[in-house]
Write a protein that binds this ligand. Structure first.
Ligand code: ZN
Ligand code: ZN
Length: 370
């Protein structure tokens, strides 16, 4: 009874630290291979809020002006000519995650009944799930003709916004919507359009997991033109080459672009690429692009990311080396999660702790159940 669970394929573009080639990889990949120099790289730094930018398709102002003039001609403006054109970037919050909803309720049974009598009901539970991937504007109170990025962020390659890009391009609208506001919006979106059919709902349980928030900058051309009827400003989508807005709030836009906040250096969280080799012995790990942790087959240590660096993770195994015919086995990893409940100074960590608080109706072995 699940709704279709479609995960969009999003590609991220970075520079290879070895050869400077442009590598595009699937967003969920942890390990990537540079197609130019063959280097294996471990992608780290995703713990914070990352910033991306859409690759600009309309590169120079000449092309932008030509597009604007063509558009004005279709509107019947006479002898339009460009006066000014510049490119700027508008920030959007991108909110992603998976939403789950258990619905417990009553459903009419499909049985023959006498007319007039209500059908008998049966108890049902249904699990609904969907992928949430939505964008909201990061600049407040400015109509750019673009409320959200639609499916653009799911269909194109996103480039990591790095220092190199910031030095090349300098026109960015300020990011005014806070992360907390974006989180509240994501919470609201996760509860929208999510109902079970033919079910009389009694109780629901919601889960919104794997939340990630990133900032995506969208490039827009500002083109001012003159024609026989006067002057006009157009905003052009520098990716899809479409008109976004005629006669925008020009002074508001200029003011925000000159805003000190937008010229301040960004507190950047950057993706970084580490050599995909064991930090202890230098041996290359087996290439498993979607694994979070990597096992060194040479020194038999387990590695993963902590704060952008390689860190060793402890592991245990269920057989002792003596009993193991090593070549004939393959190993299946399990995460071991330990939980405890702390309430009013009480600390419950084991079954014995629980039984002390809520004694079972039987004799228990205090040592064994600890
Ligand atoms: Zn390379
Ligand atoms: Zn090693």
């Amino acid at each position: 009874m699940d709704t279709p669970f479609e995960s969009p394929e999003v590609k991220i573009q970075v520079h290879c630290p070895q050869c400077r080639g442009d590598i595009a990889f699937l967003e969920e990949a942890h390990v990537i291979r540079c197609e130019f120099c063959g280097s294996l790289l471990f992608v780290t730094g995703r713990e914070g809020v990352l910033r991306y930018v859409f690759p600009v398709q309309v590169q120079d102002s000449q092309n932008a002006q030509t597009l604007a003039i063509e558009h004005l001609k279709t509107l019947g403006r006479r002898s339009p000519r460009p006066i000014e054109a510049f490119l700027f970037h508008a920030p959007f919050w991108r909110m992603q995650g998976s939403v789950y909803r258990w619905i417990f309720g009553l459903k009419p049974m499909k049985v023959e009944i006498n007319s007039g009598a209500p059908p008998p009901m049966e108890r049902m539970k249904i699990l609904l799930s969907r992928v949430l991937d939505h964008t909201i504007p990061g600049t407040i109170g400015l109509d750019l003709g673009l409320d959200n990025l639609g499916v653009r962020s799911q269909a194109l390659v996103l480039r990591v916004l790095d220092r190199e890009y910031l030095e090349k391009e300098n026109s960015f609208l300020p990011l005014e919507t806070t992360l907390e506001q974006a989180q509240r919006e994501a919470e609201r979106f996760s509860n929208l359009f999510f109902e079970a059919q033919d079910l009389l709902t009694e109780y629901t349980l919601n889960g919104f997991v794997g939340r990630t928030f990133s900032v995506v900058y969208f490039p827009i051309w500002f083109v001012a033109c003159q024609h026989e009827g006067g002057e006009e400003v157009l905003l052009l989508d520098a990716v899809g080459k479409k008109m976004l807005q005629m006669a925008p709030d020009e002074s508001g836009l200029q003011r925000k672009l000159k805003d000190e906040k937008s010229s301040l250096p960004f507190a950047l969280q950057e993706l970084s690429l580490l050599p995909f080799r064991c930090p202890n012995c230098g041996w290359t790990f087996p290439f498993r692009p979607y694994s979070a942790l990597h096992f060194c087959e040479t020194c038999r240590r387990l590695w993963g990311e902590k704060s952008g660096e390689w860190a060793e993770f402890p592991y245990q195994r269920t057989l002792s080396p003596q009993t193991e015919p090593a070549q004939k086995l393959f190993w299946v990893p399990f995460w071991r999660c330990r939980a405890m409940v702390v309430s009013g100074g009480e600390r419950l960590e084991t079954m014995a702790d629980l039984y002390r608080l809520a004694p079972p109706p039987r004799v228990f072995n205090r040592e064994k159940e600890a």
